[in-house]
Design a protein around this ligand. Structure first.
Ligand code: DAH
Length: 348
């Protein structure tokens, strides 16, 4: 019997040597420790033994079971260890490898100018308002002292949708809307940045879609001096403290008087160069005192209230500030251009 047990162990040990996976190991375990296995067979022989023999045999059988279990367990542990090592090896991560470059976009130059202008005017107590891009002729023209047939409409060739609806040609439409919406007819201080549209052929200085930032102040006793002071602050903030600012008479139907604002050329300092076309001055915006007709048509009493308004072209400001010479660059999504304004690549 003893030999049989030894043989059984030897045989198991040999088999275990060639076991390379847990599945085969489990099969061996069932074979050896199962009821119908060799150990089971041995224990079924117990019945025919005397009490004394049973004692010894029982003990030997238990020892055998323990040994077989231990042998199987040893192999299981070593197989599992091998499996774990294999996994660790194949799923190894080299934490010292450089990561793939994360590209962080930059703020588009137009947005940048708009945000800079917003910050400045917010600091002076202005609200930032919005208006619709599909606009009524009423607000885009009529209430701005541009009745149907007015010759100044020709300079703003428009995308009409119906007779009374168009893509707004100017953010000035929001002046009229803001005044009209201000039920109390109290003071207003607002700017309105947004997209505008005109039927222009796109070239280096024209785009059928562009931006404007409208500004409007309405209150009692607002004077031309307020307009000049405000726009001088704006011009110096955007183009440099050492710039000189010049106010020139002009014409806009919705303002009287109308004024255009120039700054001394920041390329030549005023001596005359290609940027300022030899004049030493660069025009930056249009403005004026709100026309009494506009105030009246929008519900304000021109005897009591006065106001000033201005219109800034962010494209023009960005082109001047950043030395961009083709307006189409803003809209063609060319990365060679946009990367100049990319935070991660040392943009402007
Ligand atoms: N809307 C004008 C334009 O498109 C710009 C402008 C000029 C706006 C004078 C104003 C202003 O508010 O007072 O040419």
């Amino acid at each position: 019997m003893k030999e049989k047990m030894e043989l059984l162990k030897k045989e198991l040990k040999e088999k275990l040597e060639s076991v390379s996976d847990l599945k085969t190991l489990n099969e061996l375990k069932t074979t050896y420790l199962g009821k119908k296995g060799p150990i089971g067979e041995l224990s079924s022989m117990m019945g025919s033994l005397s009490i004394e023999e049973k004692k010894n045999f029982g003990k030997a059988l238990n020892d055998l079971k323990t040994e077989v279990t231990a042998l199987l367990e040893d192999v299981r542990v070593s197989l599992e260890e091998k499996e774990l090592n294999r996994k660790l090896e194949s799923e190894k991560i080299d934490v010292t490898l450089p990561s793939t470059k994360v590209r962080v976009g930059g703020v588009h130059p137009i947005t940048r100018v708009i945000e800079e202008v917003e910050d400045l005017f917010i600091s002076m107590g202005y609200d930032v308002v919005e208006g619709p891009e599909v606009e009524e002729d009423l607000y885009n023209f009529e209430k701005l002292n541009l009745p149907k047939g007015h010759p100044a409409r020709d300079s703003q060739d428009s995308f009409y949708i119906t007779n009374e609806l168009l893509l707004r040609t100017q953010t000035s439409a929001v002046q009229a809307r803001t005044m009209e919406a201000n039920k109390e007819k109290g003071p207003i201080r607002m700017i309105c940045p947004g997209k505008t549209y005109r039927r222009d052929n796109d070239d280096a200085t024209h785009s059928h879609q562009f931006h404007q930032i409208e500004g409007l102040v309405v209150d009692e006793n607002v004077s031309l001096a307020d307009l000049k002071g405000t726009l001088e602050v704006f011009a110096k903030k955007m183009f440099g403290e050492t710039r000189e600012v010049r106010f020139r008479p002009s014409f806009f139907p919705f303002t009287e008087p109308s004024i255009e604002v120039d700054v001394s050329c920041f390329k030549c300092g005023g001596e005359g160069c290609s940027l300022c076309k030899g004049t030493g001055w660069i025009e930056i915006l249009g403005s004026g005192m709100v026309h009494p007709n506009v105030l009246r048509d929008c519900g304000y009493d021109p005897e009591k209230y006065t106001g000033f308004a201005f219109g800034i072209g962010p494209e023009r400001v960005a082109m001047l500030k950043y030395g961009i010479n083709d307006i189409r660059n803003f809209y063609t999504d060319d990365l060679r251009f946009l990367n100049d304004f990319n935070r991660t690549e040392g943009g402007k």
